[in-house]
Write a protein that binds this ligand. Structure first.
Ligand code: ASP
Length: 451
């Protein structure tokens, strides 16, 4: 049995949904299908989820939401017409949207999630309807009926453990199940959404609950590449990656899967297959618990901007018991997560994502570190990017660091920081944001272009 998930571009038009349905019909093991809301048909297009957000925002401030709502209904109408589905399903979707907008709500977040979920919910109803019109036994399944319960963190929900047992019962259901991605229900019965891009998470939860053989994640690329195609021309495809490698690459900017996607399948060792709706014969990339190394120690290279570093200096810091804990406690009390903490004998740098550090928080944190820890100096450095070189094959392989640093040096890139975890599955370099593309290109050339 397989769970497959289709992303926004796979659901963007009638033509795309026809491809989705022929993929489903071509393999009887594809029994559970998770769908996203219709995404972009072309670069300047707007995703249905973004239209829903804009509609909800307008409604909340008593603005003129009607044109956006009509545009959303129009998008579904166009898809239904293209699929030859007739008027009834469009009327149902229209009613569904009007009901969502007119029902009372007791907080803007709840209202927003109820609206945001409409893209996936109606896309699933429409897909099931189309499959039935093609003589395939398919049914829409609502996450509440299936027992997908989430924490009541609106827009940022997490799955509750009891969901897995509930969802396992889908195994006994007849035909093909079309399940909307991106949302579930709180225990009090409210619609709650995952973070953006969260249909991947729904698919992963279902795959884990049903203990399937493989979780197929259909998108619009043939595979995961060793470096971003936006930076490197025709990068090499990856046929197999481990969860750890994928997680490290996703952390540093690979946007193939949502960050939290792998957790449920990782716990149960279920492989994930990234595939292309527009080229279903391509085998795609397999993400597995372990893999054989293919001769290249590096699996991929990725980089992400938007970091900053709080640099603390105090003479004899290494002798002061509890210094690190006190720094981290200040961050904890200010609700700021930290990413890395490289240190020397009298220095610690705390690497943070800039988005978590607004001006108020920054001033408070700097002041508290200076006063409470009586340091010699504390400063903050912006313009920091992290480049991660990732690969299980790097473990116990001599000379990787020297090849990377040589490549960076030859490109004139200054390394501001280096960090390698004990697992040796990745090496992280802190460099200036302006150097990221150049760094990825030269590391790519070093490991993937030279014979
Ligand atoms: N439709 C949602 C979004 O655009 C969720 C998803 O597509 O995975 O974020």
């Amino acid at each position: 049995m397989k769970v497959c998930k289709f992303g926004g571009t796979s659901m963007a038009s009638g033509e795309q949904i026809r491809k989705v349905c022929s993929i489903i019909a071509s393999d009887p093991e594809r029994r559970v299908v998770v769908v996203s809301a219709p995404g972009k048909r072309f670069d300047s297009d707007t995703k249905v989820t973004d239209l829903l957000i804009s509609c909800a925002e307008k409604y909340l401030v008593n603005g003129d939401y009607k044109p956006v709502l009509d545009e959303i209904i129009g998008r579904f109408g166009e898809i239904a017409a293209d699929l030859g589905l007739g008027r009834q399903i469009v009327t149902d979707i229209e009613n569904n949207l009007y009901t969502r907008i007119s029902l009372p709500y007791d907080s803007p977040e709840k209202f927003m999630d109820r609206m945001k979920a409409a893209g996936e919910d109606n896309a699933a109803r429409l897909t099931a309807c189309y499959l039935r019109s093609q003589g395939i036994n398919a049914q829409y399944l609502n996450p509440k009926d299936a027992g997908l319960f989430l924490s009541d963190e609106y827009g940022n929900a997490r799955v509750l453990p009891q969901s897995f047992k509930n969802l396992a019962k889908i195994k006994n259901m007849e035909g093909i199940i079309i399940f909307p991605g991106f949302f579930g229900y709180s225990l009090s019965g409210e619609v709650v959404t995952f973070p953006r891009g969260g249909s991947d998470i729904t698919g992963s939860i279902l795959a884990a609950a049903l203990e399937v053989d493989v979780y197929e994640n259909f998108t619009d690329v043939d595979s995961v590449f060793v470096a971003s195609p936006k930076i490197v021309e025709n990068p090499k495809p990856i046929s197999e990656l481990t969860y750890r490698e994928m997680r490290e690459l996703a952390y540093a900017g690979f946007s193939v899967l949502h960050e939290e996607t792998l957790e449920p399948v990782y716990q149960r060792g279920i492989p994930v297959n990234i595939r292309n709706t527009n080229n279903p014969s391509s085998p795609g990339t397999m993400i597995t618990p372990a893999r054989k190394t293919n001769g290249c120690p590096v699996a991929g290279v990725a980089g992400d901007k938007g970091f900053c570093s709080i640099n603390i200096h105090k003479y004899m810091m290494n002798r002061e018991i509890g210094f690190g804990r006190k720094v981290l406690q200040i961050l904890e009390e200010e609700f700021v997560p930290f990413e890395h903490m490289p240190s020397g004998i009298d220095d610690i740098s705390i690497i943070l994502r800039r988005k978590y550090l607004d001006d108020d928080r920054k001033s408070r944190i700097m002041e508290r570190i200076a006063k409470e820890l009586r340091v010699d100096s504390v400063s903050i450095e912006y313009d920091l990017a992290l480049v991660m070189v990732v690969g299980e094959g790097m473990n116990r392989t001599v000379g990787i660091m020297s090849r990377i640093t040589k490549a960076l040096a030859q490109s004139g890139i200054n390394i501001r920081m280096v960090n390698q975890g004990s697992s040796e599955v990745s090496i992280m370099f802190g460099i200036s944001e302006a150097d990221v593309e150049k760094a990825i290109k030269c590391i790519y050339e070093e490991f993937f272009c030279l014979a």
